[in-house]
Design a protein around this ligand. Sequence first.
Ligand SMILES: Nc1ncnc2c1ncn2[C@@H]1O[C@H](COP(=O)(O)OP(=O)(O)OP(=O)(O)O)[C@@H](O)[C@H]1O
Length: 301
Amino acid sequence: MSFLELKDVNVGFGPASSRTEVLSNINLSVKEKEFVAIIGFSGAGKSTLMSLLAGLQAPSSGSVTMNGKPMQGPGPDRGLMFQNYSLLPWLSVFDNIKLAVDRVFPELSKSEKADKIHHYIKMVKLDHAPDKKPHELSGGMRQRASLARTLSLDPEILLLDEPLSALDALTRSEIQDQILNIWETDKRTVVMITNDVDEAVLMADRIIPLTMGPKATLADEFEVRMERPRDRHTLNDHPEFMRLKSEITQFMMDLNEESKGLRKNDIVPMPDIRPKDFALPTATPRLKNRHSQPGKPKSAA
Ligand SMILES: Nc1ncnc2c1ncn2[C@@H]1O[C@H](COP(=O)(O)OP(=O)(O)OP(=O)(O)O)[C@@H](O)[C@H]1O
């Protein structure tokens, strides 16, 4: 049975007269403990898709189910992590995580909560900085704090919406490795949105492209049949990595070209009409006499 399932889902915004159909006919089935990457262009509807999976957005039609039950609103069983860190700036790393833990595990004692928080702070290698406020952290450290907060909720599924795209390449690979380590030890289900083909092939079991919007839909998936753990340092010599990377990149480029072609068809050719004369109309009497006093005809002087 599917763990998370979207069936014939459509999402549109706005009234009928000016409606934008963002997602169309989305069918997605995610198995437990799977790592699925959704890859797509900017503005295609990736975040809208993620909001559906998180229960933050209801479909206009179709169904979203988790564990066979219709999804009704967001819940702690789904841990969301966004590109922006969404940490409260006036709270330390520890207190940001505590806020989430207090809400989801009110039954735990103070020391049990502290143990839990420190466990995740250590997992993301921030044990040297639990008392630091977000402004005292680098971008990568903030994103790790945000990951620790998400993990501390013990979610059944991690929903990662381009969580690493604002980071430099080095920090990005470091956090990719951490997410992979956590996923491999804890074996949680992950759906990650990315626009980076290398990242998708390195991390995922399956990669599903989202076509260009409006009416974006999921295209046929690419299965990543590469053994784990995957070593980023030797990936470029791995024939399967190179094959997938080139196929997916080509597929995305074709999508882009196709959508440009569709846009061209939207352009209505105008008839080649030229005005007969570009000369300005002759000055009006009002302009001509604009310095003369009103109500005093010139002839009367
Ligand atoms: N609440 C909303 N009301 C109206 N339009 C919306 C709403 N949410 C999203 N859209 C529109 O849906 C389209 C897809 O937006 P979405 O944020 O899902 O794309 P995206 O692929 O995540 O983009 P990006 O990569 O740039 O973040 C956009 O045209 C956006 O304007």
